[in-house]
Design a protein around this ligand. Sequence first.
Ligand SMILES: Nc1ncnc2c1ncn2[C@@H]1O[C@H](COP(=O)(O)OP(=O)(O)OP(=O)(O)O)[C@@H](O)[C@H]1O
Ligand SMILES: [Mg+2]
Length: 241
Amino acid sequence: MLEVKHLSVKYGSIRAVEDASFTAESGSLVAVLGQNGAGKSTLLNTVAGLMKPAGGTVMFRGRDITGKESHLLVREGIVLVPEGRHVVGSMSVRDNLLLGTVRRSQYANLEKVFSLLPVLREKSGQRAGLLSGGEQQMLAIGRAVMSEPELILIDEPTLGLSPIMSASVLTFIRQLSDEGRTIVLVEQNIRQALKIADRVYFMQKGRTTDALSAVEVAQKLSFSFVSLSEGGAFEKQGPRW
Ligand SMILES: Nc1ncnc2c1ncn2[C@@H]1O[C@H](COP(=O)(O)OP(=O)(O)OP(=O)(O)O)[C@@H](O)[C@H]1O
Ligand SMILES: [Mg+2]
């Protein structure tokens, strides 16, 4: 479905992403983990068409989409939920969701998003700026779902959220994946991400590791966990890096 090969991205002379490669099979949830400054957001933004790579290729459903702009990629089924949520605080929850559509026929997806996220239905007429941080994150993801994407790229959805709110956001992301969407999730919280990810890549100084399963990562880092699908629960206080 998504195949990124040897991608490099620069900010002037700074190499933020260097020879990064990863794949996401159709319907899978892939996590890209790494410390601050590793290049995760740059990688995701480049796949989403917000930045042009200096080298490498991005293939989506067998087609080369390297360097294609984000508004065109949304129409092809790729959508980014950027770091920092970016909901429009002065607009209603409902209007924020409608911003996610690319065709008028997609207005009908409001019902679908409201049934996935009942809290947004309750507050649909309220200004988005009045929502809690977690609710705003749900709104940002809900807005992405409005365009019926096949691939959702999500950058640090739990940043600044309480452990309970983080758990609900990640559970919701897993639910979107279980419904058949392909998801690439960037996270700093390893333990939480392992609970929902099918496969994991680490990023360090712009480079990616080979793919690992969640179990392999846990073994390497010497901790145990049970995945959400096997009845595992989220940590009350998931340690970050
Ligand atoms: N606009 C920019 N101009 C110059 N350098 C940048 C810019 N944005 C990011 N960088 C640099 O590129 C590198 C990768 O940054 P990036 O934001 O992709 O990392 P990240 O893994 O997402 O970090 P975080 O976990 O803090 O979000 C860092 O060294 C950063 O300083
Ligand atoms: Mg980032």
